[in-house]
Design a protein around this ligand. Structure first.
Ligand SMILES: O=C(CO)COP(=O)(O)O
Ligand SMILES: [Mg+2]
Length: 256
């Protein structure tokens, strides 16, 4: 039986604004072969609609918003399960704010229940200061995802993990991080697909999020070398993926 595919996005389908070779062929193979699949991304800046439109712009057609789970969605679902109608202070992008509103939360700068931090390219010193003071005052410290950097055209870009590290240093507090490799994300994906982890393959470019998360959830894992990992860098990890490919174009879902 062909396994269900859970695929990472950044470093697998695109890198920054550029499509990765073979990515469109891969997605079309999944669609034509009726292979159950989901994109599971730690990107918390964008909504599923933003991601669908981004892929369309890159030439990947035939997807729906339902094909995406983001760490912003997982963060909002998790927090709602913890506390209904919570108040949050957000350091993050539109995708995160949208998901938090969707679960009935309101944004507040006075005594919020949570400070929720994700990647935003418009980070300001004022936001950092506010986040630090609210956490010092008792707000719970939540991160969308641990990724320190995103590889984009021309080099690396600081990501959510870097912003979390700054706030952690200033407060002495450790954030609770919802995105991959947290089991919350992996479980959301297998539940949505309606599959047992044994029957799912996690494809990703990061050993410390995609591969370890998939492995610990009991999935088959496939690392692609089109993002942050190289053949050399993976040697430093105490675990290994089940498969390694140069890019998703090389993957035949029926052979995994
Ligand atoms: O955007 C990311 C972190 O900022 C990571 O995205 P992926 O999980 O799709 O690689
Ligand atoms: Mg990635």
């Amino acid at each position: 039986m062909t396994k269900s595919i859970i695929s990472d996005m950044d470093g697998v389908i695109y890198r920054g604004k550029a499509l990765i070779p073979g990515a469109n062929d891969f997605v079309q193979r999944l669609l034509k072969g009726n292979v159950p699949f989901l994109f599971l991304t730690n990107n918390a800046e964008q909504t599923p609609l933003d991601l669908k439109l981004k892929l369309e712009h890159l030439g990947i057609k035939g997807l729906s918003e339902d094909n995406f789970i983001t760490s912003a969605m997982a963060t909002a679902m998790f927090l709602k399960s913890q506390k209904e109608n919570a108040t949050v202070y957000v350091v993050g992008g539109g995708g995160l704010i949208n998901e938090l509103y969707n679960v009935g939360f309101s944004i507040s700068e006075s005594n919020p229940d949570y400070v929720v931090v994700g990647k935003t390219t418009s980070l300001s010193y004022e936001q950092l200061k506010k986040a630090v003071r609210l956490i010092d005052g008792g707000a719970k410290f939540i991160g969308t995802n641990p990724d320190m950097i995103d590889p984009v055209e021309g080099g690396n870009e600081p990501a959510a993990g870097t912003i979390l590290a700054a706030i952690a240093a200033a407060t002495g507090k450790t954030p609770y991080i919802v995105g991959k490799p947290n089991a919350l994300m992996m479980t959301l994906a297998t539940r949505k697909l309606g599959v047992h982890p044994d029957d799912a393959v996690m494809i990703g470019d990061r050993m410390d999020t995609d591969i370890v998360g998939g492995m610990e959830a009991g999935m088959t894992t496939a690392l692609v070398l089109s993002g942050v990992s190289t053949k050399e860098s993976i040697k430093a990890f105490p675990y290994k993926p089940d498969h390694i490919f140069n890019n998703v174009g090389e993957i035949d879902p029926a052979a995994l």
